[in-house]
Design a protein around this ligand. Structure first.
Ligand SMILES: [Zn+2]
Length: 253
């Protein structure tokens, strides 16, 4: 009897280790760093990863009540570059994970500030042919994946990113876009809290990537929504600057 029990335990262990390995292999080949990588699970598909890092350890750290951060937009005419793809000029459906949103932001607020963020970009496009972002309901997903769903969720990312946006595409056509906001940071909404990141501010930057805008890291872009770093207590990125608007209109014309 003991040998049968032992055999059964070995069998259980085998099943368990196989399931652990297969769970870890999902997306394991996609690094969490900015770049363009093959999606080895789906031949022909590449994934562009945008990692949005915090930058508040230097002299650009926002001060409480400072007009530099909590004020309305500082202008910037620096034109933002493109990633080389664009969304189709059709309905483009996204799903939201309300349950994943930190209580300090409020899941009930998610559809509104997501829609505001998308609208800030689509309303900046002069051309009549442009994508229409459509809310397609809830998702329970908290990870990126090549699954036909474009999602916005809070989840655990492996590195120090505030948020990571993944765009999977065939050559020039974006097919799936996922934005994962990192749960390990303190988040807020419209409060200018000196100890937290504003969800709408950071998300509007990520939504710029959905439309095909790139990150810009040069000093001349520090006031752009597509500047590559995020700051605590910053809210001005919820509306694109002239340079962001010029950039998106070079993509959609
Ligand atoms: Zn970015």
């Amino acid at each position: 009897v003991r040998s049968i029990v032992n055999l059964f335990l070995v069998f259980l262990l085998l099943i368990f280790s196989v399931s652990v390995v297969s769970a870890q292999s999902i997306n394991a080949q996609i690094p969490e760093r900015s770049g363009d990588f093959p999606d080895l699970d789906h031949p022909g598909v590449r994934v562009r990863v945008f990692v949005h890092e915090p930058k508040d350890k230097d002299r650009e750290k926002p001060m409480v009540g400072s007009s530099a951060i909590c004020s309305p937009d500082d202008p910037s005419a620096s034109v933002v570059g493109s990633t080389g793809w664009k969304l189709p000029s059709t309905n483009w459906t996204y799903k939201l994970n309300k349950a994943s949103v930190p209580a300090s932001v409020g899941g009930a607020n998610l559809p509104t500030f997501v829609a505001n963020g998308f609208n800030s970009w689509t309303s900046s496009i002069s051309a009549s042919a442009k994508p229409a972002l459509v809310y397609g309901g809830l998702t329970s997903k908290t990870k990126n994946g090549y699954d036909g769903e474009n999602i916005i969720a809070w989840g655990r990312t492996s590195g120090s990113a505030l948020a990571v946006t993944y765009t999977r595409y065939y050559v020039s056509t974006g097919v799936v876009v996922d934005t994962i906001m990192n749960l390990k940071y303190a988040w807020t909404l419209n409060s200018c809290s000196p100890i937290a990141y504003d969800a709408a501010d950071i998300l509007t930057h990520e939504q710029g990537h959905w439309f095909g805008l790139n990150d810009e890291y040069a000093a001349g872009y520090v006031n752009n929504t597509m500047y590559g770093y995020g700051f605590k207590a910053e809210t001005k990125k919820t509306t694109p600057t002239q340079g962001d608007i010029s950039g998106i209109n070079l993509i959609y014309q």
